[in-house]
Design a protein around this ligand. Structure first.
Ligand code: ZN
Length: 476
C-alpha cells in the first residue's frame, strides 16, 4: 500500500508567511510530509486520491491550552464562574480523580480534538497528583493518533514541590523524548505574586530540562502583575513562555511580555464567561504580542477552534465598537480580520510552541497535518466566496471531512479512522459513576447548579397607568 495522499481541487489556505491562497489546487502528501502543492499534480502509484472540490484545505489547527483530563466532566460546569471552578476542582473534588479518570478524560479530549481538525493540542494537565496520573495521561494521548504537547502540572501542590519530586524526574526520563514532535513537553504552573517567589525553583527545573513554561497569567482574582514582574526580574520570561489568558494585566506587564517575545494563549469563550477578564486580543494587538487560541476546558465549552475563532472575532470587534462609542465615535473599518484569527488558530499555535518549522502551514517539507473542510450536505458550505471568513464564521466541526496527522489519515468522509470511540464512552461512563458515587446525588446536583443571584426588575415610570377599555384610553 502506498503512503501517499493526494487532495484534488480544493481552495488551499496555505497559511504560509504570505498567506497564499490557491483556488482549485492539489496538495500531495508523501509519508509524513507535504511533498508538493499546486494545480494538476500527478498522483503517485497507489496514492489515496481525495476529492477536495467545493472544499477548503487548511493546516491542522493548534490549541495551546486545554485541560484535557476535565473532558470526562463535559458540560457539567456550563453555569459556573471561575470561583465555582476553583471550589469544585481545587478545593473539593479534584482529589477524587484517579489515574484511570485522567486517562478517560484525556482519551475523549484527544479524540474530540482530531475529529474537529485540531491536530496539535497542549494538554495543560494540572490534575497530576502522582506520577501514575501522569503515566495515565500520556498513555491516553499515545492511544490517539494526534499531535500533543504534554504540559505537566499538579494543582494539589506548589510547583516547587512537585517539580522537585523524584517521581516527576523518573516520569520525565521514562516518557519524554527531547525533540519528539508528536509528544512535546512543557511545565504548567501559575505564579501567585508572593514576593518570596517560591515558583523560582520550578522555573529552574524547566530551564534545566530545556522546556517551556505555560502559566495562567492576568487572571482576575488569581494571578496579576506581580507574578509577571517577578518572572521578568528573575530572567524567566523567554520567547517560549506561554501566558494563558493575560486578560487583567497593566501596560507594564504587556510591555514585559512583548519585549521578551512570549505569546498569549487566548481562550475567548472561557474569558467571556468565567471571568478571567475581557478577552485580551484588542490590547495584545496594541502591544505587538503574539496570539494563539485555546478552548481551556470542556467542563464548560466545546473543544473546537471554530468556536474560538468566532468568539475571538466577536469579542475583539465588540470591544473596538464599545471603546469608540464611549468616545462618541463610529468604527467604520474593523481592525481584526477573519484572516488573522485563522492565522492565530494555526501559525499562532505553531509559533507559540516552537513547532513553526514542523507544522502550522501547508508548505512542502512540513509535517502533513491537513484538514479538509467539505460538506456537500450542508447548505452553509456554499458559496465559498471569502475562504477565511468561511472558516471563521460559517464552518463548524461537522464540516471537517478529512484530517491527516503526520501524514496519516485519522478522519475520512466525516468518520474517524482507527479510533475506538466505544472504549472512550465506556471509560468515561465509569469515571462519572465513580465521581457521582463519591460525591453523592445531592452534592453532584449542587455542583452542577450554582445558586442564581437574586434579580430585581427595576421600576418603570411608564407603568403607573392603567388601560381603560371603556374609554379606550390610559387612566392616570
Ligand atoms: Zn486554563
Amino acid at each position: 500500500m502506498s503512503d501517499s495522499v493526494l487532495f484534488r481541487n480544493g481552495t488551499v489556505l496555505t497559511m504560509d508567511d504570505r498567506h497564499t491562497v490557491l483556488p482549485n489546487a492539489d496538495v500531495l502528501v508523501v509519508g509524513e510530509r507535504i511533498a508538493e502543492i499546486g494545480a494538476g499534480l500527478t498522483a503517485p502509484e497507489g496514492a489515496t486520491v481525495i476529492d477536495a472540490s467545493g472544499g477548503i484545505l487548511m493546516p491542522g489547527m493548534i490549541d495551546t491550552h486545554r485541560h484535557m483530563w476535565q473532558t470526562a466532566m463535559r458540560g457539567y460546569g456550563a453555569d459556573w464562574t471561575l470561583t465555582q471552578y476553583f471550589v469544585w476542582y481545587y478545593l473539593e473534588s479534584g482529589k477524587l480523580f484517579r489515574p484511570e479518570d485522567v486517562y478517560a478524560g484525556n482519551l475523549l479530549a484527544a479524540i474530540e480534538a482530531i475529529d474537529a481538525g485540531v491536530t496539535t493540542t497542549v494538554d495543560w494537565s494540572h490534575g497530576l497528583q502522582t506520577p501514575q496520573h501522569a503515566d495515565a495521561a500520556v498513555d491516553a494521548l499515545e492511544a490517539v493518533p494526534g499531535r500533543f504537547v504534554f504540559a505537566y502540572g499538579n494543582l494539589q501542590q506548589g510547583p516547587w514541590e512537585w517539580s522537585a519530586d523524584a517521581g516527576f524526574r523518573d516520569f520525565v526520563n521514562r516518557r519524554i523524548t527531547p525533540g519528539d514532535d508528536m509528544l512535546g513537553f512543557q511545565l504548567a504552573f501559575d505564579v501567585t505574586g508572593d514576593p518570596a517567589f517560591p515558583e523560582k525553583a520550578a522555573f529552574e527545573v524547566a530551564r534545566e530540562l530545556g522546556v517551556a513554561v505555560t502559566t495562567h497569567a492576568g487572571v482576575w482574582g488569581a494571578t496579576n502583575d506581580d507574578g509577571i514582574r517577578l518572572m521578568h526580574e528573575n530572567g524567566f520570561m523567554t520567547p517560549q513562555t506561554v501566558y494563558v489568558h493575560s486578560a487583567t494585566l497593566n501596560r507594564d506587564s504587556y510591555h514585559r511580555i512583548a519585549a521578551t517575545g512570549g505569546s498569549v494563549s487566548v481562550s475567548t469563550e472561557s474569558e467571556q464567561s468565567a471571568g478571567q477578564g475581557y478577552p485580551p486580543t484588542w490590547i495584545l494587538r496594541d502591544h505587538g504580542i503574539g496570539v494563539s487560541l485555546s478552548m481551556d476546558t470542556s467542563v464548560w465549552w466545546s473543544g473546537d477552534l471554530f468556536s474560538a475563532m468566532r468568539a475571538t472575532l466577536g469579542a475583539d470587534r465588540s470591544r473596538e465598537h464599545l471603546e469608540a462609542h464611549g468616545r462618541g465615535e463610529t468604527v467604520t473599518h474593523v481592525h481584526l480580520r477573519a484572516e488573522q484569527v485563522v492565522d492565530w488558530a494555526t501559525r499562532g499555535g505553531s509559533r507559540a510552541l516552537g513547532l513553526d518549522g514542523v507544522v502550522g502551514s501547508l508548505e512542502p517539507g512540513k509535517k502533513a497535518d491537513v484538514v479538509l473542510l467539505r460538506n456537500d450536505d450542508s447548505p452553509a458550505m456554499f458559496p465559498i466566496l471569502h475562504p477565511y471568513g468561511h472558516v471563521a464564521f460559517q464552518a463548524q466541526r461537522g464540516d471537517v471531512d478529512t484530517v491527516l496527522v503526520n501524514g496519516r489519515i485519522v478522519k475520512r468522509d466525516h468518520k474517524l479512522v482507527g479510533v475506538d470511540l466505544a472504549a472512550a464512552r465506556e471509560r468515561v461512563g465509569r469515571t462519572i459513576d465513580h465521581l457521582r458515587g463519591e460525591l453523592g446525588e445531592k452534592a453532584w446536583a449542587r455542583g452542577m447548579n450554582p445558586d442564581i443571584p437574586e434579580t430585581k426588575v427595576r421600576d418603570n415610570p411608564y407603568t403607573y397607568t392603567e388601560w381603560d377599555a371603556g374609554s379606550a384610553q390610559w387612566k392616570h
